[in-house]
Design a protein around this ligand. Structure first.
Ligand SMILES: [Zn+2]
Length: 421
């Protein structure tokens, strides 16, 4: 069986940052070895908190890849004992059972139980609707003091792919543009921001030379929690904003890892760092409604997945503006969005929402809200959506007709050949 080997890392200084670098080796059945560097970059002040003496974070980040790719894991570094127990005795037997063909990874590591006493409470901050909702909920008086957020995080874990098809240089540019925006917001609210940069998503050839590319949606929970586990000496509690409800639970390793997050997060928790899934009881519109009562959010929402500002035209931008518009709060967010241009194209976006609502729950939520609150959708939007729908169906059936014609032609041509043989 193929083995993925985690070697002891090196910690070095580079341009006011600390670089934690692991050499990862993959050794296949025939003894062929390939190695690559996996690195993480931190602000220098986090040196006392970096857990470079255990392999916890790296194992978690690469775990799904090893299950799918059929690698056992060997490490020169030990693993904290609760995490080892949870992965080997709780997670792997269950996830393999749910995913036929998946590999039950053997974890060849020693275990340890260090005396760490972390104190920070953190969550990811992207300035999107989910992270802002989690932040404001967990800094309110309703939350016990020990569970109130003290730090925010921003990780380079593969989320800045702009929907795919971009170069690493473009992804780097987007990461740094959004990081700058988040930094400004954290200064405004006076909350410490921990940013960690890395090549885990594949830049520098780390993935292409050694492993295989994993779609961000399938692996984000592993990567984000893995980053946090690099700082177990600092972070005692970490909130991760949920995307799906418990009634949508699904354990497919090829689907969005959010579907089985409620199962995964307690398993990836250690005796030092506890992960919680947050705000899954609120719908998207309820989250926006809540945020609209907090003036600090007005100029600081960033939902765009293409730019370091809200471009206004990508799906996340216009959908958020539409959500704010139907709730009657869009004018409050003029500092975050180009509201005038959106309103000039309001009917165009309504039509798009009508076209997408059957496949996308968040669009359906807008539609239902408009219906129940008697917010009028112009008749011509329905007509236009209907026309586009009909055109799509016609194109699909034309394509099917052409395909079956082609099949018949091939079959007819093959007939005599078969009879000759
Ligand atoms: Zn956008």
């Amino acid at each position: 069986m193929s083995r993925l080997i985690i070697h002891k890392p090196q910690l070095s200084d580079k341009n006011d940052r600390l670089i934690l670098k692991y050499v990862i080796t993959v050794k296949d059945d025939s003894g062929i070895e390939k190695s690559g560097d996996l690195w993480f970059s931190f602000a220098s002040k986090y040196r006392p908190f970096i857990c470079d003496e255990v392999c916890d974070g790296v194992v978690v980040m690469l775990l799904r890849c090893c299950i799918i790719g059929g690698h056992d894991i060997e490490s020169e570094l030990p693993m904290t004992d609760r995490l080892y127990y949870e992965i080997v005795h709780q997670f792997l037997p269950q996830i393999v059972l749910q995913n036929p063909g998946a590999h039950q990874v053997k974890l060849m590591v020693n275990t340890v139980c260090p005396d760490w006493r972390p104190t920070a409470v953190a969550t990811a901050m992207s300035c999107g609707i989910d992270s802002l909702t989690t932040y404001y909920e967990h800094t309110s008086d309703q939350i016990p003091e020990n569970y109130r957020i003290t730090h925010l995080t921003f990780f380079e874990q593969g989320a800045h792919h702009s929907g795919g098809g971009t170069t690493w240089a473009e992804q780097d540019k987007l990461f740094h543009a959004q990081l700058a925006k988040v930094k400004t917001f954290c200064e405004t609210i006076q909350c410490e921001l921990i940013d960690i940069q890395s090549n885990i998503a594949g830049k520098d050839g780390f993935v292409s030379n050694l492993l295989f590319y994993e779609y961000y949606e399938t692996v984000h929970t592993y990567r984000n929690m893995g980053f946090v586990l690099l700082l177990q000496k600092l972070i005692k509690t970490y909130y991760y904003s949920a995307t799906y409800y418990l009634d949508q639970l699904s354990y497919s390793l090829h689907a969005d890892s959010s579907f089985y997050e409620k199962f995964l997060l307690p398993i990836l928790s250690t005796q030092y760092t506890t992960f919680f899934s947050t705000n899954s009881f609120l719908t998207r519109l309820e989250k926006i409604k809540q945020l609209s009562s907090i003036p600090q959010t007005y100029d600081n929402v960033l939902v765009c997945y293409k730019e370091g500002y809200n471009c206004g035209t990508c799906k996340k931008c216009w959908r958020t503006m539409l959500e704010m518009e139907v709730l009657g709060v869009l004018d409050l967010y003029k500092g975050s969005f180009d509201v005038a241009t959106f309103r000039d194209n309001y009917e165009y976006y309504l039509t798009k929402m009508l076209l997408m609502r059957r496949d996308e729950p968040l669009m359906e939520e807008i539609y239902k809200y408009m219906m129940t609150h008697e917010i009028k959708i112009p008749e011509k939007c329905f007509r236009e959506a209907h026309r586009i729908e009909r055109q799509r169906k016609w194109k699909k059936s034309r394509f099917r007709r052409l395909l079956s014609k082609l099949k018949r032609k091939i079959f007819t041509n093959q007939g005599p050949l078969r009879s000759q043989s």
